[in-house]
Design a protein around this ligand. Sequence first.
Ligand SMILES: Cc1cc2nc3c(=O)[nH]c(=O)nc-3n(C[C@H](O)[C@H](O)[C@H](O)COP(=O)(O)OP(=O)(O)OC[C@H]3O[C@@H](n4cnc5c(N)ncnc54)[C@H](O)[C@@H]3O)c2cc1C
Length: 378
Amino acid sequence: MDFNLSPDTIAMQQSTREVVDDLLLHEPRFQETNEVPPIVDETLMKMGYYGLTIPEEYGGTNVDKITSVTVQLELARMPPQFWPLIRSAVGPTPHALIRHGTPAQKDKWLPGIAAGTKRVCFALTEPGGGSDVNAMKTTAVRKGDKWILNGTKTFISNANKADIIVVFAKTDKSKGRDGVSAFIIEPSTKGFAISAPMKTMGWMVDGLFELSFDDCEIPAENLLGEEGRGFYYALEGLSEARVNVGCQALGGGDIALEHALRYAKERFTFGVPLASHQVIQHMLADMTMEQHIARLLLLEAAFGVQHDQDVRLKSAYVKVFCTETANRTADKALQVFGGAGYIKGMVVERVFRDLRVLRIYEGASEIQRNMIAKHILK
Ligand SMILES: Cc1cc2nc3c(=O)[nH]c(=O)nc-3n(C[C@H](O)[C@H](O)[C@H](O)COP(=O)(O)OP(=O)(O)OC[C@H]3O[C@@H](n4cnc5c(N)ncnc54)[C@H](O)[C@@H]3O)c2cc1C
């Protein structure tokens, strides 16, 4: 495996860094108002980040996975609230459409997703089961040329902005995993309702949403892929999405580390810069080293995706190690700032709050460790 990035990847990394550095100038205002200025999304849309992983025939750039990871690491230096819909656009919903959608579904949706004009969300979690997907209660029953969907999904990101929602439902309760199917739903569907936002500790601007489906009639052609394969599509999409979560984590860790390094040189205690104290130096050295190790793991998994390898295990390593590393980095960065790090408006305070969720969503650390343990103990 070659860890050297290609010249094209380096060029994209550099241009993304410049865009991000410009957009970071909006962070103080965002921190004051909790509103993301429209210029942020407009710029990201113009730069084509929505189409990063969409095939070129549908208007995307379809970069390879190492490039996608490299770009996402840069984007993740921004507040996560600046690019939530791009994360969805490179996430499991378009992934399922690209791999399993019919030509008609792809023609209808992928160009808009690539352009950033059609927004997507992914609805798997239910009130009774996030980690335990088998506990799913949402059902879809075939009736002529329609499916009738009933159930509730919860903690769904970006649902208030989504033009399409990929929903997972049991189409045959007797078959366990083989009885789950995936459907494409438009919010205008009769019987579909969305809750008021659930406000979060960080990460989201709008919060999370509960979705309810009350006898929603879904045209038969909105079944995504094969009936009974939904569980596997979700696992497949999440396996790759966990590599993306690794980027979200390490990019956040990087920006916290950058701030801590700067502050350690500027802040004086006992007549010398903080950076002169060996304890602080060692903290900064550990943060740098751990972020680097985690990045290597991330690149290894990205390499696996790029070469069509089975990355379920490696993406579990990434999900646990990168998110926990970045949380430690953010914690240490805040410590370097002392009291100032605990004040609202400071980047390290925001990063500390934002990164916490990454150990939970898209498969919590415990579930990833269960998977790793199952593999090594078999
Ligand atoms: C900000 C945010 C955004 C989200 N966005 C989406 C989205 O867009 N779409 C979507 O479908 N979902 C989304 N989720 C939901 C998220 O994926 C779930 O919260 C997550 O999978 C955990 O499920 P749960 O909350 O039901 O926790 P539970 O499954 O109830 O688990 C609770 C705790 O117990 C642990 N645990 C559970 N079972 C075991 C076990 N067998 N062994 C050891 N430990 C165990 C878990 O790791 C966790 O720490 C989002 C959540 C958040 C917070």
